[in-house]
Unconditional design. Structure first.
Length: 255
């Protein structure tokens, strides 16, 4: 009976912390949207931003799938006293693809941007933002792994705090550096990603929840691929549609 009450209180606490964290994240996003629209309006800068942000979202979508797929494995691994090894498997499995995505965004940003927009000026701004945004997205995917590992240890507050604090710090940095142009949003999002990963990772390491992989990493990629295909494909359709729409010229309305 006592165990049921304890689990019930844990579920309530987890839901409350998640709700508060989500409120901070959503509020920060709303503030960023207001600043973007009021400062830059509609033009090539915002077009470039949304091209880069769309690619960023396609990568970040993996985070939610990772948390759903990985958490049951982490819970079982904790029961078997091999949580650190299982976390290591997931980190190793994801590090390769994420490192490749970041390297591509850093080494060939204009080429990546040209795939998703036909406007030369928008392409320039998208290419400027992409390295920061993709690095942040990669950090947030790994942050999802760390958050799931902490959840398996019944720690929901650390990840919630990391996500909330990262969002607030990110928007504060954006506001402070807005004079540098639309790149300030990329810097803020990059800081958000670094804190969303760094804070939970430090706590997980302190709890000895990290270790070398004890299984082949590729098996987890196959499992993840089955769950991530649909959401990433839907975001991909949006990016493709945006690419074709960017090539449509506007003209005055004739009466």
């Amino acid at each position: 009976m006592q165990g049921s009450r304890s689990r019930g209180r844990g579920a309530i606490s987890s839901g409350l912390l998640t709700g508060i964290s989500t409120a901070f994240v959503s509020g920060s996003a709303a503030v960023a949207a207001v600043i973007l629209s009021r400062k830059f309006g509609h033009g090539v800068k915002t077009d470039g931003f949304f091209v880069a942000y769309g690619i960023y979202l396609a990568v970040v979508l993996v985070t939610s799938v990772v948390r759903i797929v990985a958490l049951p494995r982490f819970v079982r691994a904790r029961a078997d006293a091999r949580l650190g090894g299982e976390v290591g498997v997931w980190v190793a499995a994801l590090s390769g693809p994420l490192a490749l995505a970041v390297a591509l965004a850093v080494a060939w940003p204009h080429g990546v941007a040209s795939v998703f927009t036909g406007e030369p000026q928008a392409r320039h701004y998208a290419a400027e933002l992409l390295p920061w945004l993709i690095a942040s997205a990669a950090a947030q995917v790994l942050g999802g792994v760390v958050a799931s590992a902490l959840a398996a240890l019944d720690d929901y507050g650390t990840a919630a705090f990391g996500f909330a604090f990262g969002s607030v710090a990110g928007i504060a940095l954006t506001v402070a550096l807005i004079g540098h142009g639309v790149i300030a949003f990329a810097w803020g999002i990059a800081l958000n990603g670094a804190l969303s990963l760094g804070i939970p990772l430090a706590v997980l390491a302190w709890k000895r929840g990290l270790a070398a992989p004890d299984h082949p990493p590729w098996t987890r990629l196959v499992e993840l691929g089955e769950g991530v295909t649909l959401p990433v494909a839907l975001q991909g359709f949006f990016l493709v549609g945006n690419r074709f729409a960017s090539g449509i010229e506007t003209s005055p309305v004739s009466m």
